[in-house]
Design a protein around this ligand. Structure first.
Ligand SMILES: Nc1ncnc2c1ncn2[C@@H]1O[C@H](COP(=O)(O)OP(=O)(O)OP(=O)(O)O)[C@@H](O)[C@H]1O
Length: 737
């Protein structure tokens, strides 16, 4: 219903918003001018100006970027406070040339009341107004009256547009929620920065959204501490990271590193999950001991005998003697196997000397030990032997070598059973790198350490601190500067380049000031160890839903998490409202939850769609899924997820029906538009679709000991419509009640 009062209010807000946009344009012009000034200074070419230029260019570029991002929906809130003060809240802070506030940044303390005020605790807010805009145009407003007694003369308009905004069509990527952050979410976002934050909540309660907004908040309030790539966000897989990757840039933050658990190690990229039974072994903490023993073992192809000649005497160390030297080396040195070759050489010389004395080579005490050592070291055979006996080892090569069952058995000690050894060794012989392999590679990397440094000739290209012939730290001139030859590059870029290791591979920065872990309930102990190494001094934001965990031994994972997070203060929160699922879909998810985790409390869904989920019983699940997908495509405008069981490699005898490998998935997707995604239950973690088809819940539930929890993840992905296709009539009853 058009309402003249509301139209007048919208027109008034539009006038204010127009003023803010005019000022934003001026601020952008200023930022561009600053950039130009940075370039001009670079032409002046004095030493001091180079440093100034770097700082100026960097700041101006960041500023220009933030101002651009804020352009869409710049102002989204207004507070009318007791005492007559009016505050506008928006994506960034905007001030007039005289420094009067036009818009307050949503992350600033003065904006907190916008998210926290309630009728019970109004915090001096009489009226809270949400402005809905498209581009620069205000299209709707929505008011909340928090203190009716003080509302004299204030107009109040609104028709529940907030709930409607939650039902918007999904475009396949997550969006920011700055305009509609809820109080319990805001408490997490603005939690103190002094410790770690642990957030629990059911599906769709905004855990991911909140974690990302917390990053934006921390970078805004504590840029010095967390800025400069000091924040890493870790998600379960690449599909998930690409789903959330637009949120931070839309908040003006490009500086956090976003990684999936499969790509934390340089040079390795996971493409597969281990089957559940194997994952339990490969992810468990005992693998740390196994790998420690593996790197201490005789490397494949290493020689079994060392012979040197001194003063006409042949001195020999056999395999037993060599193994003793190796064991002693590993007993003493930790975390730097590759760097220890020199010390290993020393230990061998010592052992050779002892042997020399033992066999009577030094009959009359005339041979000097130092002479002996120098002579042995000079012998080419010794250097060749050392290189082969203590080779520089790479994590991937060590892991592959454990595909040899006998070798893995030696490393396993009593930690793995015979059957586990066979299966784990088999997995290392397979071609694909799995998510857990990445954690094992990282463990190996930390045991092996970098190869010994090769001395390199110093040149400007190698020194990140040298910009155009001047060391930006010391001011020292290191060479001739030829202006114009080199394009503008900042010392930030030079520092990036400094992360090169000797073989020319860009090395990932290993330590962060803050680490965000999403879907943390699924992390295995070995993965926590991998993350812990990247955040030894870090504070953390960890979000999880234990009821969605596919991991069997949650206690062991918990201990590994505690170790990674360290002894810092912890702030714990729970999110209780489900913003994703319609009430109808949430009811189905709640039924699965009651089976999976009877003691769990479901989150409260708030939005009815009027579309009850459909459960179809069909003998041919593939054909039925295809038909259901086509139907959903005609019912929703946005994304449709078709969620199938895990591929059934090696379990052919356990389940009847299709194997859900690449062939079946391709058949399901053939000829359908891009807004349809076919994915397995593990890939579906954390994602969201307008509509979802869940295929064969009976298979998903039976595929692993935690199958029901995995099914719970699957049925909680859709916002509007859900269809379940099953061959088992009992599941119809289970899901529909
Ligand atoms: N305050 C809010 N306003 C508008 N939308 C919201 C709000 N909070 C969450 N949402 C939306 O609800 C959906 C679910 O959020 P999110 O994916 O963060 O939940 P989650 O708790 O991480 O879910 P899961 O455990 O299933 O991964 C997203 O589309 C998100 O944008």
């Amino acid at each position: 219903m058009p309402s003249p009062v509301k139209d007048q209010e919208i027109a008034a807000e539009q006038r204010y918003v127009d003023v803010a946009y005019r000022r934003l344009d001026e601020m952008r012009a200023d930022a561009q001018e600053m950039l130009r000034e940075g370039f001009r200074q670079s032409l002046a070419g004095t030493k001091a100006s180079l440093v100034d230029r770097d700082a100026m260019v960097h700041q101006a570029a960041l500023r220009a970027q933030a101002l651009d991002v804020a352009d869409d929906g710049l102002v989204f809130g207004r507070l009318d406070l007791t005492g007559g003060e009016i505050r506008y809240v928006g994506r960034i802070g905007v001030r007039t040339r005289d420094h009067d506030s036009l818009v307050i940044d949503w992350r600033a303390p003065a904006a907190e009341a916008f998210y926290r005020a309630t009728p019970e605790d109004p915090r001096e807010v009489i009226r809270r107004r949400v402005l809905h805009s498209r581009g620069h145009t205000v299209i709707d407003i929505e008011d909340d009256l928090l203190d009716p007694a003080a509302a004299d003369g204030l107009t109040v308009v609104g028709d529940g547009a907030f709930l409607a905004s939650l039902a918007r069509t999904r475009e396949g990527a997550m969006r920011d929620i700055v305009a509609t952050i809820q109080r319990e979410q805001d408490e997490v976002i603005r939690a103190p920065a002094d410790g770690s934050v642990l957030v629990r909540g059911g599906p769709g309660t905004g855990k991911t959204a909140v974690a990302l907004h917390r990053v934006a908040y921390l970078l805004f309030r504590h840029r010095r501490r967390f800025g400069g790539r000091g924040v890493m966000i870790v998600g379960p897989n690449r599909r998930f990271t690409s789903y959330i990757e637009r949120v931070l840039p839309s908040l003006g933050e490009e500086s956090a590193a976003l990684r999936s658990l499969g790509e934390l190690v340089e040079g390795a990229s996971a493409t597969a999950h281990d089957p559940p039974a194997l994952a339990r072994v490969k992810g468990s903490g005992k693998m740390a001991r196994v790998l420690r023993r593996a790197v201490a073992d005789h490397p494949p192809g290493a020689p079994d005998e060392l012979r040197v000649v001194h003063a006409g005497v042949v001195v020999r160390l056999d395999r037993g003697a060599l193994d003793r030297v190796r064991r002693e080396m590993h007993r003493r040195g930790h975390g730097a196997v590759n760097a220890a070759r020199k010390r290993a050489g020393q230990a061998l010389v010592d052992a050779l000397w002892n042997r020399f004395v033992e066999i009577g080579g030094d009959e009359n005490g005339a041979v000097k030990r130092a002479e002996f050592a120098a002579n042995v070291r000079d012998q080419r055979t010794f250097e060749d032997f050392l290189a082969a006996w203590w080779p520089v080892r790479r994590p991937a090569e060590v892991l592959r070598s454990l595909g040899d069952t006998a070798r893995l058995r030696r490393a396993a000690g009593r930690d793995l059973s015979r059957d586990e050894i066979d299966r784990v060794a088999g997995s290392f012989r397979g071609g694909e790198v799995t998510y857990l392999d990445v954690a094992l590679l990282d463990e190996l990397d930390s045991l092996l350490g970098p190869p010994p440094r090769v001395a390199r000739a110093e040149s400007e290209d190698d020194d990140p601190y040298v910009v155009d012939g001047v060391n930006v730290i010391t001011g020292e001139e290191t060479g001739e500067w030829r202006p114009g030859l080199r394009e503008l590059s900042t010392s930030i870029e030079r520092l990036e380049r400094s992360r090169r290791v000797d073989d020319g591979v860009l090395e990932e920065r290993r330590e962060y000031a803050h680490i965000v872990v999403d879907e943390a309930q699924d992390l295995a102990p070995m993965q926590w160890r991998m993350l812990g190494r990247r955040g030894r001094q870090a504070t953390w934001t960890v979000v999880e839903d234990p009821a969605q965990s596919a991991w069997e031994d949650l206690d062991a994972a918990r201990q590994a998490m505690d170790k990674a997070l360290g002894s810092r203060r912890r702030h714990e929160y729970e999110l209780t409202t489900n913003y994703r699922n319609s009430i109808e879909i949430a009811a189905v998810a709640t039924r699965v939850l009651a089976l999976a985790v009877p003691s769990a409390r479901p989150a409260r869904a708030v939005r009815a769609s009027g579309h009850p989920p459909v459960v179809e019983v069909a003998a041919d699940p593939l054909a039925a899924a295809r038909t259901a997908t086509e139907k959903l495509l005609s019912q929703v405008e946005g994304t449709v997820g078709v969620i199938v069981p895990l591929a059934r490699d090696g379990q052919a005898d356990l389940f009847s029906g299709p194997g859900w490998g690449p062939a079946e998935r391709a058949e399901l997707a053939a000829g359908l538009p891009e807004r349809v995604q076919v994915l397995d239950v593990l890939e579906a973690k954390g994602l969201e679709f307008d509509a979802a088809v869940i295929v064969s819940p009976e298979t998903v539930a039976a595929q692993s000991p935690r199958g029901l929890r995995v099914l719970y993840v699957a049925v909680s992905r859709a916002t509007q419509r859900l269809t379940v296709v099953t061959a088992d009539p009992d599941w119809h009853t289970t899901l529909t009640g």
